[in-house]
Design a protein around this ligand. Structure first.
Ligand SMILES: Nc1ncnc2c1ncn2[C@@H]1O[C@H](COP(=O)(O)OP(=O)(O)OP(=O)(O)O)[C@@H](O)[C@H]1O
Ligand SMILES: [Mg+2]
Length: 462
């Protein structure tokens, strides 16, 4: 990571020109400004990797200016140049996060050393942030945040494992939990990643046309079939087919789908040629498919064929600290998209986000944060107004609409939710609950003796 653009602020004309000339001769793009005001203008119209500023300027103080630089452009490095080094300025320079301070007169060799050090540090930082990103986001680069909570990390492991097989996967989860995101991730981790990925939203296609959508039709097969058309199974041949909202397909078509799953073959509508395909099938639904089976709306045999590898996505309210990771990701993403310099969310905003129930899950979080970023000025942090979260719920992750038979059970849920929210940090969970760590430990021991798995609170809070 090379440093390129450098801003020099000094009212000593000779020194400033010397620095600019020297840096330019070394291949940098250097710009010299003689006052704070000029420098501020440059900062607003241009971006710099490094700003070197004199301490005493005619219209202001170099430290104050560098402090501004760090606020507007946190990734820009600042170096203070001063004729009189005092302990106070040194301490202040460190406090506001300056990279270094140089004592005048400044020699080119001194500058070389500082720049070398800066470039190697920059290299390290970018490697670190790359590694961090690799840990928390999908290596496929699709902008997926898996989060640090055990829940989603388990799902990522599962995704990688099933991707190596050709088995059918059934992804279930509430609306907006990321079922499609997971389906994509399976495809990307699989040997089929360079083959077609085809998606059919079963709820969006009218029942009468769904069969032709799946299997295609011959010319004249029905009114309106003026041409032969290839179905999605054929288009996906060699690749992956996602049947979204699988619960919505009519019973008559369920029989035909079952046959494809068993024999990997079918006929086009109105045709009699048997077509064989090699397709990895992923089905997804936000309905409880087993319940649909019980109600006679979904064939049991098809359910078992689809449910070879089930992946159940937890609702956002049970994902604990994943929320923080998603917030960080979306805020940065939307800040970039809308051209703003924003770092994070206010503490009050974060509290609101954590306390909300998120019925629309990640999609709702994403939309809320885009709105919040748009409403924020050019510089952050982002505030989340209370009205942005319509369905307030004082119990945070707990759904008070559930009928809770006993106080004990309610307490258990509350403790479980807190453990999830704090990513199993018992000390913090106890603090948030307003009980002592010892009380929390005692309660957990009782739960264990009741047969609960206290390492997986998600099993008993939902
Ligand atoms: N882990 C994640 N990281 C980043 N973005 C995510 C993640 N999960 C979901 N999203 C985003 O949230 C939105 C909803 O995700 P997706 O469409 O996969 O949900 P879904 O479960 O299929 O929802 P529905 O049931 O409504 O079809 C998408 O814009 C997606 O990009
Ligand atoms: Mg979906």
């Amino acid at each position: 990571m090379r440093i390129d653009r450098i801003l020099i602020v000094d009212d000593d004309d000779e020194l400033r020109r010397m620095l600019v000339d020297y840096l330019t001769s070394q291949g940098y793009t250097a710009l010299g400004m003689r006052s704070v005001q000029q420098a501020q203008e440059a900062l607003h119209t241009d971006s710099f990797d490094l700003v070197l500023s004199d301490l005493r300027l005619q219209d202001g103080n170099g430290l104050d200016f560098l402090r501004q630089v760090k606020q507007v452009a946190p990734k820009t490095y600042g170096i203070l140049m001063t004729g009189y080094a005092t302990m106070d300025t040194a301490v202040e320079a460190i406090r506001i996060g300056l990279f270094d301070y140089l004592i005048k007169p400044i020699l080119p060799a001194q500058l070389d050393l500082v720049l070398q050090r800066l470039e190697s540090i920059r290299q390290l930082q970018s490697e670190n942030s790359y590694l961090r990103q690799q840990q928390h986001t999908d290596s496929g680069g699709g902008g997926v945040v898996w989060g640090r909570s055990g829940l989603m990390q388990d799902i990522l492991e599962m995704v990688k494992k099933v991707a190596q097989t050709h088995a059918t996967v059934l992804i279930q989860g509430e609306s907006g939990t990321g079922k499609e995101v997971v389906a994509h991730a399976i495809m990307r981790h699989s040997a089929r990643h360079h083959m077609p990925f085809v998606k059919v939203n079963c709820a969006a296609v009218p029942d009468t046309l769904l069969e032709s959508e799946f299997f295609g039709h011959e010319k004249g097969a029905f009114t309106g079939a003026v041409q032969r058309r290839e179905g999605r199974f054929e288009t996906a041949n060699g690749g992956t087919l996602l049947l979204d909202e699988i619960a919505e397909i009519p019973l008559s078509l369920q029989v035909k789908l079952l046959r494809v799953l068993q024999e990997r073959e079918f006929e086009r509508v109105g045709g009699n040629k048997t077509i064989r395909v090699d397709v990895r099938l992923i089905a997804s639904t936000n309905r409880d498919l087993q319940e649909a089976v019980r109600q006679g709306q979904f064939r049991e045999d098809l359910f078992y064929r689809l449910n070879v590898i089930p992946i159940n996505l937890p609702p956002l309210r049970l994902r604990g600290t994943d929320l923080d990771d998603l917030v960080e990701f979306f805020v940065a993403h939307f800040a970039r998209k809308h051209g703003k310099v924003i770092q994070g969310v206010t503490p009050r905003g974060m509290d609101r986000l954590r306390a909300y129930r998120w019925p629309g899950n990640v999609r709702e979080l994403q939309n809320t944060l885009e709105r919040a970023v748009i409403m924020t000025g050019q510089e952050g942090p982002v505030e989340v107004p209370e009205f942005a979260l319509p369905e307030k719920n004082g119990f945070g992750a707990l759904n008070v609409a559930d009928t809770l038979p006993t106080v004990d059970e309610m307490e258990r849920k509350l403790i479980g939710c807190m453990l999830l929210q704090t990513n199993h940090n018992k000390t913090r969970a106890a603090q948030k609950l307003g009980i002592s760590l010892r009380t929390l430990r005692n309660k957990l021991r009782i739960y264990r003796s009741d047969g609960l798995d206290t390492t997986r609170p998600e099993m008993w809070v939902g």
